[in-house]
Structure formats: structure tokens, C-alpha cells
Design a binder for this molecule. Sequence first.
Ligand SMILES: O=C[C@H](O)[C@H](O)[C@H](O)COP(=O)(O)O
Length: 262
Amino acid sequence: MSSEMSPIDRAKYAAAVKAVDYVQDGMKVGLGTGSTAFWMIKRLAERVRDEGLRVTGVPTSSRTAALAREEGIALTTLDEAGWLDLTIDGADEVDGDLNLIKGGGAALLHEKIVATASDRMIVIADAAKQVAALGSFPLPVEVIPFGWQTTQKLVEELLEGMDVLGREVQVRQMGGMKLLTDQKNHILDLHLKHIGNPRQLAMVLNQIPGVVENGLFVDICDVLILGQADGRVTVRDLDAGAASEVAADLTEPDNIFAEGGE
Ligand SMILES: O=C[C@H](O)[C@H](O)[C@H](O)COP(=O)(O)O
């Protein structure tokens, strides 16, 4: 492993390497978004180049599409692919039931569609993302621009009756403007501190007109791979039962570290 990597990138890279081991020749793979998915794409590209691995990727964001193209990974659309063997993506938080908060990078809508259209979703993260209960990370909710302030009020009203500790809602800004997602929507960040019932919250948020999707991923993740800075990874596979701790194979050519994560 490169000594120039920060400890957090080492942890993300370790998880990414392990996850890419799951990719087999001929697979259709959903490619996640974010700084952890960055390392997964670099590693996948390395296997494509070095082993002649044939994969077709479905990117979950314009950023991921650009990176994958640059790295020489063949891409297609979800509609062309139809159904995927595997999706590998990062997360902002993960709880003990493998429920997730995603969308810190505003890609939650495409990510949820792609992960749901996959036989398996593998989540990769540094170990600090694991929490007892979701909610410390603000929950992203994608809303259409039309009437977004009304939608925000409806979300705030809904939160009054929910099992959460905080209720502040902010529209996400970028460069002094309201952020636009790949679908040209806005993101509301819900500062909830603690989410008592993620399944219920995920369902009721999506019933509000104007809400397109929320960043709670419930019953979607099948395998969790948590990396640590020393290269060890913990794998929790819901199909395989108990968690296992193994060392990822971190031998890699230097060129994978030519640039840092997002
Ligand atoms: O919208 C972004 C995605 O949900 C990311 O997968 C998530 O924010 C985790 O990103 P990172 O790996 O950079 O922490």
C-alpha cells in the first residue's frame, strides 16, 4: 500500500480491494459514487487491464461515469443492462442491520435505483461509518425544484410525529446556490441526530408530494465490507451468516495512486 495515502484512504482502499474480489468475468456491475467508490473503480479498472476481466458498468452519477470512462471500464445504461449482478457503493452511515444513510454526494436517487436492480449490493466503507443507530449524518432527501419550500414544510411537519431527536431541515447549497443533482433536483438535509425507525421514516418521506427519494437504504445492502488503515477488512455477508475479519491483498501497481480520492 502506498505510504503517501492518508489513513482514511488506506481504510477505504482496503475495503474497495476486497469488494472487487467479488466481481467475476462477464458481470454487469453497478458503480457507486463517492470517495470510497473512487478506489473501487480504480481497482476494478486495474483488474480489467491486468487480468482482461470483462465487466460492464452502470454508473450511478455523472462523476462516476467520467472516472470509469477515463479508467477504461466499459459502460452502459441501466435500461440497456436490464438487471445487474452486483453493485458496489459507499455509504455515509451503516447500522447493525445493514441499513444505510446515503446521499452525502447527492447521488442517492440513481444509487438506490441501481442497487435495487442488482442481485447483490456490497457496501464499502471505512470502519468509522458503522454506527449503533442511524441519524448522526444528516439524511439527504431529493426533492423536485417546483414548490420545494412547500415540500420542506411538509417534511418538517412529518418529522414532528416521527421517532427522531432533531428536526432541522436545510436545503443543500453548493457555491452559494442550491445544489442540483444529476436529475436537476434539490437536496434537503434532515438533521435528525437519531432515527428510531429507519424503515418507517423511509416509507413515509416518499409519500410527500415533491419528494423524489430519500437516502435511507433499508433491506438493500447484502454485504458490508469495512476497511481499516492497516489493511484489515471485516466482511459481513447476510447470506453467509457470521462476520469474518480478513486481510485484503493490498499489492498493487504504483499507478493506482497517481491521484487521490474525491
Ligand atoms: O451520494 C453519494 C453517495 O451516497 C456516497 O456513496 C456516500 O456519500 C459515501 O461517500 P464517501 O465514500 O465519499 O464517504
